[in-house]
Every structure is written in C-alpha cells, then in structure tokens.
Design a protein around this ligand. Structure first.
Ligand code: SAH
Ligand code: SF4
Length: 380
C-alpha cells in the first residue's frame, strides 16, 4: 500500500518529498494541488517537475474513504457516511448557513468515553481514525460541493470536531489534521473557525494549548461531580474542578478570549434551576471571582433508540438559559439541524456497526462485512 498524502501536514509532506530526493518547496506545490484544488491525480499537476509527477504514482496516492451513503436534509444539511473498513463507518455533516458553512468532522470510529446521552458512546470504541481519514472528510466535502455548485468559493468555512469520537483521545492523528486545516497552503481556516470539542481530557487540553491552540468547546453537561460521573464517565478520571482549572489554563492560548461550554439538556436530570445555579457558582470561582470567560451552548438532547432519556421541554430550556444569562453568562440554545436524517449532535452512530447489537455481529460473521454495510446503511 502506498502512502496516502492526506495523511501529511505540510511538514510531513516536506519530509516525504525529501525522502524521494525532492526539494522541500515541491511539497508546497503538491500540498496546494491536493487541498486547494482537490486534485487526486498526479498527472494533472502541471507545475510539478515531470520527474516527480512520474515518480509519485509508485509511492503515493490521494484518496478519501469510500462513501457509503449521502443524505440531504430538508434544511440543507448533508450527511455522508464513509466506509473506514472492517465494518466501521464514520459520518461527516455539512451545515450551511447564510454566512458560513460548517463541517462537523469525526475523529474516531465509535468512542471509548461512553456518555449516557450519546449514540456514538453507546456503540463502544472501535478504533482511532488516521490523519488521512480525518482530513479526507474535509477534502472530500469541500471539493465535492465546489464541483457540484461549479464555484471556486470556499464551501467549508468552519470545522467543528464534533462528529463521532473524542478528538483528544486521538491526539496524534488530530494535530496534523488541524494543521492541514489551518495552513495557508491548505484550507487556510483561522484558528477561531476550527473548534475541538472535548469531554474533558485534561492533559491533552494542556498539550493542545501549546501544540495547536484552536477554539475549544468543553462538554460539561453537569455542574456537580456525582451527576457528571454518571453522564460523562471520564469525569471520574478528570473531575470538574480539575477540568475547569484546565479550561482556565487554556484561555490565554485560545484564539478568542472565551471557551464554549456545551450542555446537553436532559429532562429531569440536569435541567433544573438548582443545576443552573450550581453552574454559575462553578464558573464564578475563577479569576478572583470575576469568573471564567466562557459562553454556554445549551444543546437540546437529540433522542436515539434505547437511550432511556428525553429532551427538556422548551420552557425548561428557556428558563435555564435565562438563569445563566441573568448571571452574566452568555448563553445560546443550539438549533437542531438535520434531525430528519439523524445528523444532529449525538445521533451519529455510523449506522453500519452497532457494536452492542448481537444480531448484526452474528450477521457479520455469516455474510461478511460488506453485506452488513449495505444492510444497515440507511440510504437516502
Ligand atoms: N467527543 C466530543 C465531541 C463529539 S460530541 C465531546 O463529547 O465533546 C459533540 C457534542 O454533542 C458534545 O457536546 C456532546 O456532548 C453532544 N452530544 C452527544 N450526544 C448528544 C445527544 N444525543 N444530543 C445532544 N447533544 C449530544
Ligand atoms: Fe464520546 Fe463525545 Fe459521545 Fe461522549 S459525547 S461518548 S465523548 S463522542
């Protein structure tokens, strides 16, 4: 198998070119062909030296994972399901708005954190995605949409690492992928427009602040440890106080002067006035009582089969938001997008593989992976 060039940030591609006996600046040319032009065929890269053009097909390729399905929602949201092999699939979701196009990118097949309210968490963990598999979601969507709309205008203006998986538990693949997104010869996205969302992997938050400080969203979901232990099991390892201290340490490196806290609204579980009050107290203790500089994003819980949970009603969400706002915390309620195609937060299950589902496991053994893929993938 030759190297997939989507696996390299510019530095990595330069090293690869050097190994081939080529000058480093060739890497920049190649990188621009791949990421700015969406090229996958070396023969068309007209400004590359002919010798390199001839050499590359023997040692390298440029390819995204195969697309198993694509679904277009009524509101313009588009969800792609990519086959990453061995019965695993991951999803990327494009969310168009008047002033931006946001791509929600997956970092793992499944997730080991196992949050109670998350469909990905319920599936269990299969494996980390490679840098190429992360970058490919952006490469494929950006250039597919550009071709379809026959435009040279940028399609994806924002990336959120909020698809399947915990990005900070796949740190080594994540960071080069972020660098491709940020690089001016790549997608040239500003750090403010690339957001890593984490359930709170404290040591990796510190590392990210040094290696590649992009916007950070922290999935809070509860203001007290006993409740958060239950909802986000990683809290047992990195409890709230430690998490909030890591947030405070991240702030000086953050591209904007605040962090975002995500809070999934679960009826009767974390949505009561006392929870709002405890949240206010939790963030107030920082910066000599001035509080941690943050915004709250309340996410109405998106149901999925067998979660045993329901979303807070509208009035409860509004009251909760009003309580936070009254205390001076900027609070927004996330609009649900693409829910008619199960593309909303926490509904991304890859669909191909329900690791807890014995029937599909048995079927897989009987008929082989490919058949399970076509059986389970919900096609448009
Ligand atoms: N693993 C990372 C990023 C992926 S999840 C994280 O947990 O932050 C992206 C966001 O969707 C997180 O805030 C997560 O808590 C939220 N989410 C997960 N399941 C959800 C559901 N069923 N309804 C609403 N939000 C959900
Ligand atoms: Fe993993 Fe995030 Fe889902 Fe929790 S919410 S299980 S960390 S993907």
């Amino acid at each position: 198998m030759t190297a997939n060039l989507l696996d390299f940030d510019l530095e990595g591609l330069a090293a690869f070119c050097e190994q081939l006996g080529e000058k480093r600046f060739r890497a920049t040319q190649l990188f621009r062909w791949i990421h700015q032009r969406g090229a996958s065929d070396f023969s068309g890269m007209s400004d590359l030296a002919k010798s390199l053009r001839d050499k590359l097909p023997d040692v390298a390729h440029i390819a995204a994972p195969a697309v198993l399905s694509r679904q277009n929602a009524a509101d313009g949201t588009i969800k792609w399901l990519f086959d990453v092999g061995n019965g695993d699939a991951v999803e990327a979701v494009f969310i168009p708005e008047s002033d931006r196009g946001t791509l929600c990118v997956s970092s793992q097949a499944g997730c080991a954190v196992g949050c109670r309210f998350c469909s990905t968490g319920h599936q269990g963990f299969s494996r980390n995605l490679s840098t190429a598999e992360i970058v490919a979601q952006l490469w494929f969507v950006e250039h597919t949409l550009k071709r379809e709309l026959q435009t040279t205008e940028r399609m994806v203006t924002n990336v959120v690492m909020m698809g399947m998986g915990e990005p900070l538990q796949n740190y080594h693949a994540l960071v080069p992928a972020l660098k491709v997104m940020l690089n001016d010869h790549g997608y040239g996205l500003s750090r403010r427009r690339v957001t890593v969302s984490t359930s709170g992997v404290v040591p990796m938050m510190d590392k990210l602040s040094k290696d590649c400080p992009v916007a950070l969203a922290v999935s809070l979901h509860a203001p007290i440890d006993s409740l958060r232990d239950d909802l986000v099991p990683l809290n047992k390892k990195y409890p709230l106080q430690e998490l909030l201290e890591a947030c405070a340490r991240y702030l000086p490196a953050a591209p904007r002067d605040f962090l975002t806290f995500e809070y999934c609204m679960l009826a009767g579980i974390n949505d009561q006035p006392e929870h709002a009050r405890a949240l206010i107290q939790l963030v107030r203790q920082f910066d000599g009582g001035r509080g941690l500089s943050c915004k709250f994003n309340l996410i109405p819980f998106n149901p999925f089969p067998d979660s045993g949970l329901t979303c807070s009603d509208k009035a409860t969400v509004q009251t909760f938001a009003a309580t936070l706002s009254a205390a001076g915390l900027v609070t927004t309620v996330r609009k649900t997008r693409g829910d008619d195609i199960d593309a909303a937060c926490g509904q991304l299950a890859g669909e191909v593989l329900d690791r807890t589902n014995a029937v599909s496991r048995m079927a897989k053994r009987r008929v082989g992976t490919e058949h399970v893929v076509s059986m389970h993938a919900r096609l448009p």
